[in-house]
Design a protein around this ligand. Sequence first.
Ligand SMILES: [Zn+2]
Length: 646
Amino acid sequence: MLSNVKTVLVSLSLFAALASGALPAVRNRAPLAGSRYYPLPLTSVKPKGWLLDQLRLQAGAITGHLDEIWPDVGPQSAWLGGSGEGWERGPYYLDGLLPIAYLLDDAALQAKARKWIEWTLNNQRPDGGIGPVKNEDWWPDFIMLKVLTQYQEATGDARVIPMMRKFFAYQAKMLDQRKLYQWAVFRWHDEVLSILWLYNRTGDAWLIDLAKKVHAQGHSWQNQFANYPYTAKTSRQDATLSTHGVNNAMALKAAPLWSLVTNSASDRAGLAGMLAKLDKYHGLPNGMFSADEHYAGPDPSQGIELCAVVEAMFSLELATGILGEAPLVDRLEKIAYNALPGTMSPDLWSHQYDQQPNQVLCTLSQRRWTTNGPESNLFGLEPNFGCCTANLHQGWPKFTSHLWMATPDDGLAVSAYAPSQVQTVVRGGVEVTVDEETEYPFRDSVRLTVRPAKAVTFPLEVRIPVWAEGAEVKVNGATVANVKVGTFHRIERQWAPGDRVDLRFPMRVRAVNGFNDSVSIERGPLVYSLKVGEQWHKLKATGPVTDWEVYPVSPWNYALKIDRSAPEAAFSVEERPVPKQPFSLEGAPVILKGTGRRLTDWRIVDDSAGTLPASPVTSKLPEETLTLVPYGAARLRITSFPVLAK
Ligand SMILES: [Zn+2]
């Protein structure tokens, strides 16, 4: 009886919420373990400020026009009933096109995305199968299911849940004879995600059994990382799907997601163990691990693929919700604010397949990649291989939709910081909007203005970055005590319309040790790289997309003069206005000035910066003033610096 009353109340508040457009988060159902936080439905969080500019720029460039330029996602796609590409590329494109279309309230982009959704919904086969008939691989279905969950959240379309139910029933029946193979084996978690999403909405117990079956046919990432044999750069003959960068980036979500089914401490600890190994043996200073296309060791001249960047971001966004560990968000911000923009041209038309933290020449040339080809670090339409062309679109929109999360007790939590507005439902079904005004990550302060429909008590949890020693939290001007870095700080009180939370995260220059005792420079969530003069050389054009080589027109082979224990003394900080495209050399909103000397023996080898000279190093050349810009603003750069001997 009690539970019936509760159901009615929940339904009533849901109905009230629906009338105004705000929706509550959907919680995990027993027997699933609880998550520390829950994702809000797509469109609860809207981009503002520079983030809105970034999404608009992306929508006006490659994302809004790819279908007009690139046949793989054009009108002949088999995912639209045509005779063209019928594997992962259509679903990959939609996985970014759909959320950006709804986040921007862009009717034209929504219409583009809807064509694919309608075809998929209207062409489910009687047996439950979805997608092009010619496709017999489960993997592309996994991606389309992720797309459908986002679409259902944005629109409430009543056809989605019955369709997914029918598909999973079909898969449950088929899986013994048509097992997961190849990619799907290593990406099982990307389907378990949608199975659990559906379970939380329907309560069908057989879905948990299906999740277990999919898991049982999948690769054990837990075993791979418990006995990790991949401690050096992968040789061509050792390259497998286990050492594949994108598989590993997707798999960052595997253990946290599976912990919801098992409720086991070892699954909850799985991600930390995985990141520790990746950092130790393949860590790069941009928050990623190297993989070009397989694990490539810690040399900052090795690369990481754009697909791995956006997939790692999405995995961390999900993992943060499940585990509630604030340092995961520091990692997410490091990747989103550095590795993501740093591998796209500033106009967001062209991208790289592989980016290098020490990237001094982008040309058609066979570099020392593990297995990738000579186009891999060009900026273009589909350098090396077209997966990133299809998959890059999800980066910024999914980052946006995960900036805010629900707490299990009907409150709100802010995860990564960026200008935004969240509209949702909190305790008692009260609707609340929070405006987040900030120029973070380029500035250190964030203002949250809370606007509940009426005064209401609920918890608001704010993440305190790991690096923000001395962080200040003020509620209506009064300082909050006991704020600890690397945590979510909980403020539970009655919130009245117009209440303000002011956050300040002191951004000190930090020196991070890396490969061959080099140093990389960070300040707040941004990584800083040597500014290198760039000359962009056009190779070819495909419609509005140009393929570019980039040549250096200023020296790059500098060692830094820095005392690692007092890095702040080595730099002056200059702030400039935040323009529409802050991730560009001309637009860089923060510049660091330091000192260094050139190392004449550090030269280009095999068209990349040669092996980093082991620090400390000496140079007889004169001291020069060095300009460092945010990594994401520099397409040529040195990020790992040798250090001058004292
Ligand atoms: Zn790719």
